[in-house]
Design a protein around this ligand. Structure first.
Ligand code: BES
Ligand code: MN
Ligand code: ZN
Length: 504
């Protein structure tokens, strides 16, 4: 799908927003030209046809004569109490509209998008809502996603809208890149294929890539990645992909868990728990997408992504419960449960990432079922040894349209990871398992290195029917949060440049 900016609602379909007013539906700002074409009767028509303006609602109307369109699609914005809708409301409405537009060739979104922020939200919401994973099927009944989306603005607001649409489009497209990777089945997305995809994409976006294959990992004693990968016919990889900006002083390191399939290994997962474990590389997908977005937006910050890629399988060569691994930094780990594999590959990647002395490390992982239990399907947990960094990440998530919640790292739980044979065991106390996992990772981050851990086990994959801009399947969770963190760093370095409104 392409996005553009326009000042005239000329299209196959024009999308308008409708607020849920106390006395019925109210066309939202942006819909003026359409309301005019209805000769003042738009609100009454909407009410007559049963529209209330509730969020998620859509209604299709034939366009009146005088409008250069065939169809008007009204989309609910909910009760905004007369105020401008919240950015996330707008993002979701654009997503609902884009999904309803499947089968349409060209549409104009006449939603309020006259500022950088609102235009960005509308563009991102539309890109995310129009997403469909079609690589593996072509059913005759499947409608093609809307091909062209133009975002309506005024002559006066055109520059701001264009800047917002550019940013929003890149963020939407990169989140969709993460979704594609998550949705790709594990028989086709092995660690080596993932690494090759990164190299191909990087070439087109000015990113640097280094990839360590199993031979190189063995030569440098990456015991965690090798241990987890040793049961699979598809060997592990550690990929470093980086965006550098000549004027940047800050370097962010993003580390992603990239288990292309998690069977559990010898501690095999039961039927019912292994069907969609292709999702277990969602952290690495988000990291890769965020680094690519930072490059495409030319953000004034260095961003290094680390993708810890392996497949966790049971076989004659697989890791056994009770085995002891020697990690990249020399720490020994007793593997009590081979299904706690994410922390093993992340430990190696965290140690390696810290070697480059970045200013901050943020890791992203579908790490524990416990986190999914605690926060559900829409919210990811954020842990850190540094409370203010943790809160900054949670805040960045909210501003990017994602839901995150701060989780603690209680020191008392650390003792449950003690091992009688090694420096540490890979599992400990079951209660609070997400926090125990966080404490395990913390052991591999050097003292004094600012670090945050995002457990996206819940929101990485959506199993139900689509809602808002969220499709069934991979969601791209954490991609937008990571991009926001990079934008925040860039803004700190160059407040004038990042204040918004400038078209690059
Ligand atoms: N990849 C899983 C966590 C997961 C579960 C992600 C459900 C998404 C949905 C992880 O590798 C795992 O198996 N964790 C174990 C750890 C336990 C053995 C300590 C878990 O959470 O059960
Ligand atoms: Mn596992
Ligand atoms: Zn896993």
């Amino acid at each position: 799908m392409t996005t553009s900016v326009t000042t005239s609602p000329h299209a196959d379909c024009v999308v308008i927003g409708v607020r849920q007013g106390p006395e019925g539906p109210v066309p939202a700002p942006g819909a003026d030209a359409v309301a005019e074409a209805f000769g003042g009767g738009l609100a009454a028509t909407l009410r007559l046809l049963g529209m209330t303006g509730a969020a998620g609602e859509t209604l299709r109307l034939p366009a009146p004569a005088g409008l250069a369109a065939d169809v008007v699609l009204a989309v609910g914005l909910g009760d905004t109490a007369g105020d401008a809708p919240a950015v996330e409301t707008l993002r979701r409405a654009a997503g609902v509209a884009a999904r309803a537009l499947a089968g349409t060739r060209r549409a104009v979104l006449a939603l309020p998008a006259g500022t950088v922020e609102t235009a960005q939200a509308v563009a991102t919401g539309a890109l995310l809502g129009a997403y469909a994973f079609t690589a593996y099927r072509a059913l005759p009944g499947d409608k093609a996603p809307v091909a062209e989306l133009a975002i309506l603005t005024t002559e006066r607001a055109r520059a701001d809208t264009a800047a917002g649409v550019h940013r929003g489009t890149v963020i939407g497209q990169e989140t969709n890149r993460a979704r594609d990777l998550v949705n790709m089945p594990a028989n086709d997305l092995t660690p080596a294929v993932f690494a090759d995809l990164v190299a191909e994409t990087a070439a087109g976006h000015g990113l640097d890539v280094e990839s360590l294959d199993d031979g190189a990992l063995a030569a440098r004693s990456f015991g965690g990645l090798l241990g987890v990968g040793q049961g699979s016919a598809a060997p592990p990889r550690l990929v470093r992909v980086s965006h550098t900006h000549a004027a940047a002083r800050t370097t962010l390191a993003f580390v992603g868990k990239g288990i292309t399939y998690d069977s559990g290994g010898i501690s095999l997962k039961p039927v019912g728990s292994n069907e969609i474990m292709k999702r277990d590389m969602a952290g690495a997908a988000a990291v890769f997408a965020a680094v690519t977005a930072a490059a495409r937006l030319d953000l004034r910050v260095n961003v290094t992504g680390w993708l810890a890629l392996a497949e966790n399988m049971p076989s004659g060569s697989a890791l056994r419960p009770g085995d002891v691994l020697r990690m990249y930094n020399g720490t020994t780990v007793e593997v009590r449960n081979t299904d706690a594999e994410g922390r093993l590959v992340l430990a190696d990647a965290l140690v390696r990432a810290a070697e480059d002395a970045p200013d901050v490390i943020v890791d992203v992982a579908t790490l524990t079922a416990a986190m999914k239990m605690a926060l559900g399907h829409r919210v990811f947990g954020v842990m850190s040894g540094d409370g203010s960094l943790r809160d900054r990440v949670v805040d960045a998530a909210a501003r990017s349209g994602e839901q995150a919640w701060p989780m603690p790292l209680p020191a008392e739980l650390r003792a449950s990871l003690d091992s009688p044979v090694a420096d540490i065991a890979n599992v400990g106390e079951r209660m609070g398992g997400a926090l125990v996992a966080g404490l395990f990772l913390k052991e591999f981050v050097p003292d004094g290195m600012p670090w945050a851990h995002l457990d996206i086990a819940g929101p990485a994959y959506h199993e139900g029917p689509p809602h808002g801009y969220t499709p069934t399947g991979g969601t791209g969770a954490a991609t937008r949060t990571l991009v926001q963190l990079a934008e925040d760093s860039a803004a700190e370095e160059d407040p004038a440049g990042a204040a918004g409104g400038r078209v690059r």
